[in-house]
Unconditional design. Structure first.
Length: 301
């Protein structure tokens, strides 16, 4: 079995995990810095994810777009939808708002800790992840949480492709932490994505919590044993522009592994790396370099 086949087998949605496509508008919003539309999108048998699309003010024509996966859209917006109350723990990394102000359409959704089970727990309660990870593994033992995260993120690409306001040839993806993991996998594996910005997600296995139930769980030991690693995922990106912002869970070892991806040997200039070395959350100056990278790729010409 080839490397790509191994990864496909690991991540591919089970045949039994199907749903009829569904996409419905819930509400529209007008904020000082952007406009927004909230949708419900079917993302599994009997389940739906809230999807938020954010638009620049006074937009004209088709615009480039960036998928911004995360725990829930408000985190990447930086404030609550209904009250506009600032979410101070997220405002510094509010990629949706930052990129909308730069002229991008952005899109994000609830991650599956909020959609797979109906739990009486706050959205920030981390017990959700353990419960849904265990439930997914029990319901679909041949699958994994990272596969579910990847599948739900690809649904956001489908939404962008179907929207006439989006330039389908200029779609990128950006994410921080958990969102960085989702951005890395979907950005590298889906050809619809033209540029990838990932922040401090843990490129080497040992530098992050990849063995938690909501990612790969106990399956990770088997994956390591047969030599599966993230250099292979990056190699499958086939040289598309990729930028890693390192800080805590990524460092120079991450960059060393990135440089081993064979598909970048003919285009090393497409691999970008910045270690701000200031902790998990990137400072504004580092994020600016990431956003500049997306502009250079998605707005050129």
């Amino acid at each position: 079995m080839s490397v790509s086949e191994k990864w496909k087998e690991c991540l591919q949605r089970p045949a039994a995990y199907t749903c009829k496509p569904s996409w419905s508008l819930v509400k529209t919003y007008s904020f000082d810095i952007c406009n927004a539309e909230l949708y419900l999108q079917a993302n599994g048998p009997g389940t739906f994810q809230r999807v938020l699309m954010v638009f620049p003010k006074n937009m004209r024509g088709r615009l480039p777009a960036v998928v911004v996966p995360y725990y829930f859209p408000e985190g990447m917006l930086g404030f609550e939808l209904e009250t506009e109350e600032k979410l101070t723990q997220y405002t510094e990394v509010a990629m949706m708002s930052h990129l909308a102000e730069r002229g991008f359409i952005t899109i994000s959704a609830d991650a599956y800790h909020l959609t797979y089970l109906d739990l009486p727990l706050p959205r920030d309660d981390f017990r959700r992840w353990q419960l849904v990870g265990a439930a997914l593994n029990q319901d679909y033992p041949g699958w994994c949480g990272m596969g579910k995260l990847h599948a739900d993120t690809m649904l956001l690409l489908e939404a962008l492709e179907a929207d006439e306001r989006v330039d389908r040839e200029r779609i990128g993806i950006a994410g921080h932490s958990l969102g960085g993991k989702m951005a890395f996998y979907t950005g590298c594996l889906d050809p619809r994505v033209k540029a990838v910005l990932a922040s401090d997600f843990g490129f080497p296995w040992e530098q992050s919590n990849w063995d938690d139930a909501w990612y790969f769980g106990s399956r990770l030991a088997e994956m390591k044993a047969i030599g599966m690693n993230h250099t292979q995922i990056l190699d499958l990106a086939d040289g598309k522009p990729f930028f890693l912002l390192a800080g805590q869970y990524d460092n120079e070892k991450s960059y060393e592994m990135m440089q081993k991806a064979a598909s970048y040997r003919s285009c090393p200039e497409n691999l970008h790396f910045l270690n701000h070395a200031s902790g998990h959350r990137p400072p504004a100056w580092a994020l600016k370099q990431g956003y500049d990278f997306l502009e250079q790729i998605l707005k050129k010409g």
